[in-house]
Design a protein around this ligand. Structure first.
Ligand code: ZN
Length: 481
């Protein structure tokens, strides 16, 4: 799908009542579609690697392979969409690596510029371009490119799937006329509709897009999604600005002192035990976890729970009083949960939060501001003291310097809010530089007030420009936050 800037697409799940013969005619396209995706993936990637950018369109004319030219166009657009979504996530990874590196400032600025344009493979012999390619290699080691071989969704645009309204009264809301592998023999399938979608169409907030997504389930069932478009909502001008922390004890804490989702970690802790025991049992009997239905079901249950809680809580927080949310580049890992669980929650949580924040921006007009999270959990909002010992317990903050105490996640969310007034939210400076800046401000303050800080001056390391940058192994992590 080619997305226009300022336009929001929504997908609505619908049901279909096609006969077995019609379903089979459509499902028969899937293997060819997947092969097609693999073919165009190679073409898109070649184009991307050699020119450094993604054109709007590539020529698929001589391809054949059982698909019509119009079907090839849809396949090609679908892979481009997958690649664009991947790039948006890669941009964050890349920025994090550059930010936490020991490169000198001008080089960092140049790399941030390249990252913002997604021009990592832009041809160039200078140091920045050479580094950009090396850092991208690192990013792609962690984040694999979208793999079309396992894609079971066919994204059909209006040229090969026309959505029509029935002329006569019927119990179906729409017909989709779909081109299949047999030339000039389209299949017409009756579609039901989604009540929420009809509501949005009726009040004019959304328009039906001439586009159909067809997902083929593992047992050969067909799951259609209808798409709508709507213009992006204008940013809100009135309301509060809230800092938000995704904490260790609560799912979210806000700078005005509310905590939400306290039950989540208790629930996850129980599931974590189940997960560890199940993995052990499977290993003992020599079964690969991914091949166990019980394991997959438990995984799905955890993912869904995290996603539902995230949506529920963010809906509560982002009520009509809020105009802006200040958030960190997030990470959900907790030292209290096992390795597998952390990986699962981290991925599910990050996806759910990113999706929800995007929706809040596009649909509700809430501004989302991201800031550098370094040391936000260890800094005292009263005196500015940064010390690991301020947070020896997960849930309690206790300043070793001035004695201030508080709920740790709420303190962190206040620090996140405060970081909004720093240039770029300090997103473009490293952890070390954040630490130095905070330590310097703290000591100036103590000097002015003549306070005694029992903790003494925190040791700082100096950030110097190394000739050999080490972007490797410095990705994410909140152990130092
Ligand atoms: Zn303090």
């Amino acid at each position: 799908m080619s997305s226009k800037p300022g336009t929001i697409y929504s997908a609505y799940h619908t049901s279909q009542w096609a006969t077995k013969t019609k379903v089979n005619a459509i499902v028969a396209m899937l293997p060819l579609w997947q092969d097609g995706l693999k073919t165009v993936a190679a073409m898109w990637q070649r184009e991307w690697h050699t020119t450094g950018k993604l054109p709007r369109w590539i020529d698929t004319k001589p391809l054949g392979g059982g698909l019509s030219q119009r079907q090839w166009d849809s396949v090609s657009r679908q892979y481009r969409g997958m690649l664009v979504s991947w790039m948006e996530l890669a941009e964050n990874r890349f920025r994090g690596i550059v930010r936490d590196s020991t490169l000198d400032e001008p080089l960092k600025i140049e790399l941030f510029r390249i990252d913002l344009k997604h021009a990592w493979y832009e041809p160039g012999d200078d140091e920045a371009h050479w580094l950009a390619r090396r850092i991208m290699k690192r990013v792609r080691h962690v984040m694999r490119l979208p793999d079309p071989a396992h894609c079971r969704t066919m994204s059909l645009d209006g040229k090969i799937a026309v959505i029509e309204q029935p002329h006569t009264a019927t119990r179906f809301r729409y017909w989709a006329r779909i081109s299949t592998l047999e030339k000039d023999r389209p299949v017409r399938i009756p579609l039901n509709t989604d009540p929420r979608m009809e509501e949005h169409l009726a009040n004019g907030t959304e328009t039906l897009a001439n586009h159909l997504q067809l997902q083929v389930t593992g047992n050969g069932k067909l799951v259609p999604h209808l798409l709508t478009t709507r213009p992006e909502t204008n940013p809100r001008e009135d309301g509060d600005v809230l800092g938000l922390d995704w904490g260790m004890c609560s799912l979210f804490a806000t700078s005005e002192g509310r905590v939400h989702g306290l039950k989540l970690y208790a629930w996850l802790k129980k599931r974590d035990e189940e997960l560890v025991n199940l993995t052990k049992a499977l290993q003992a009997s020599g079964i690969k976890p991914s091949r166990s239905k019980r394991y997959r079901n438990l995984n799905r249950r955890i993912r869904n729970y995290v996603a539902n809680e995230t949506n529920r809580v963010l809906n509560l927080i982002a009520d009509e009083q809020v105009r802006e949310l200040v958030v960190e580049d997030l990470d959900f890992r907790s030292p209290r949960l096992g390795k597998d669980m952390n990986r699962l929650v981290s991925r599910a949580g990050r996806n759910a939060v990113n999706q929800k924040l995007k929706a809040l921006k596009e649909r509700e007009g809430i501004t989302i501001t991201k800031v550098n999270p370094a040391y936000t959990s260890q800094t005292c909002p009263s005196c500015g003291c940064v010390d690991k010992r301020n947070r020896t317990k997960q849930s309690v903050f206790h300043c070793v310097c001035c004695g201030r105490t508080g709920q740790a996640d709420i303190i962190a969310s206040r620090n996140i809010l405060a970081r909004r007034s720093r240039k770029d939210g300090w997103r473009r400076i490293s952890k070390t530089q954040v630490r130095e800046q905070l330590a310097q401000e703290h000591s100036q303050r103590r000097h002015r007030h003549g306070n005694k800080c029992q903790a003494g001056t925190p040791t700082t390391s100096t950030a110097t420009a190394h000739t050999h940058p080490a972007p490797a192994g410095r990705i994410g992590g909140q152990e130092n936050r």
